[in-house]
Design a protein around this ligand. Structure first.
Ligand code: ZN
Length: 283
């Protein structure tokens, strides 16, 4: 899980104007040309709230509701604007995330996600700072709501919420009869992560069901890690410790690419550090 850089090749409003110019439907084009002044205000509002990192609290613009169909008509996954956006996004963001959904870091980003949903905020249907490639599973789990019942933001904005360089995703390894079991959980020991940010991370994980999705994804991986250790046939504890230390070293290198809280990095590291895991392999 890492922060992402927003599209940077043109100002969002320039991209919007190009999209209006490319419209072939004469009536919709004239309708959009007639609201240019209100749209300038919308886009500058968006930029201001983007900088303040409080987009979710921005009031809905009247122009969005009044011209919803024409504004939504600017968006389409096959349109040049979306293709150009995705191409540039993958150029400027970590190569390891190429085609990966930043919300879950499990699935490939087969859709282009609207940070403020386009149905409730049609005025930002093609604002490039409101777009981020994601997967359809996160897209449907995210839904239309941006705030919970207490008025708190539900999911992380990967452009504006500065993610901590601290580990908050953990794996507990237990022995269940004769077989090993594992479980993902979140933790913030000693409040190393600011409580507000950590609470947002918790809401994000809950909204997108990430702990269960990671568990499902990692079952196969976990068996492979266990077998990698078993195949070493350690002669003694010292050789086990040396091997486990190498795994941790690799995790620290991987963490630079994927982030400290990538489900796989955390899983491999937790195995290497677990006393239960070690006892299981050595006996
Ligand atoms: Zn996803």
């Amino acid at each position: 899980m890492r922060n992402m850089k927003p599209y940077d090749q043109k100002e969002p409003f320039e991209v919007y104007k190009d999209a209006v110019e490319r419209k072939t439907n004469g009536a919709e084009k004239r309708e959009l040309q007639s609201i240019v002044r209100q749209m300038v205000d919308c886009y500058s509002n968006y930029d201001r709230h983007f900088l303040q990192n409080d987009l979710e609290y921005m009031p809905h613009a009247r122009v969005g509701a009044d011209h919803k169909d024409a504004l939504l008509g600017l968006y389409g996954s096959k349109l040049k604007l979306v293709k150009d956006f995705r191409k540039r996004y993958f150029e400027i963001n970590p190569q390891t995330y190429n085609n990966l959904c930043p919300y879950c870091v499990i699935n490939s980003s087969n859709t282009t996600e609207h940070i403020l949903p386009k149905d409730s905020y049609p005025e930002f249907a093609v604002d490039v700072k409101n777009l981020i490639p994601g997967c359809s599973e996160c897209n449907s789990a995210k839904g239309e709501d941006v705030l919970d019942e207490h008025g708190k933001k539900l999911v992380i904005n990967y452009y504006t919420d500065l993610l901590p360089d601290e580990q908050f995703l953990e794996v507990a390894i237990t022995l269940n009869g004769a077989s090993l079991n594992f479980k993902y959980y979140l933790d913030n020991p000693g409040n190393r992560i600011a409580p507000d940010l950590y609470a947002l991370i918790e809401r994000h994980f809950e909204k997108l069901h990430l702990l269960t999705r990671y568990k499902d994804k990692a079952i196969q991986e976990f068996a492979e890690i266990r077998n990698t250790y078993l195949a070493e046939q350690f002669a003694d504890e010292a050789s086990y410790d040396a091997f486990a230390a190498k795994q941790i070293c690799k995790c620290n290198l991987d963490a630079v690419e994927y982030g400290r809280n990538h489900w796989k990095v955390v899983l491999i590291k937790s195995c290497a550090e677990s006393y239960v895991f070690k006892q299981y392999i050595l006996t």
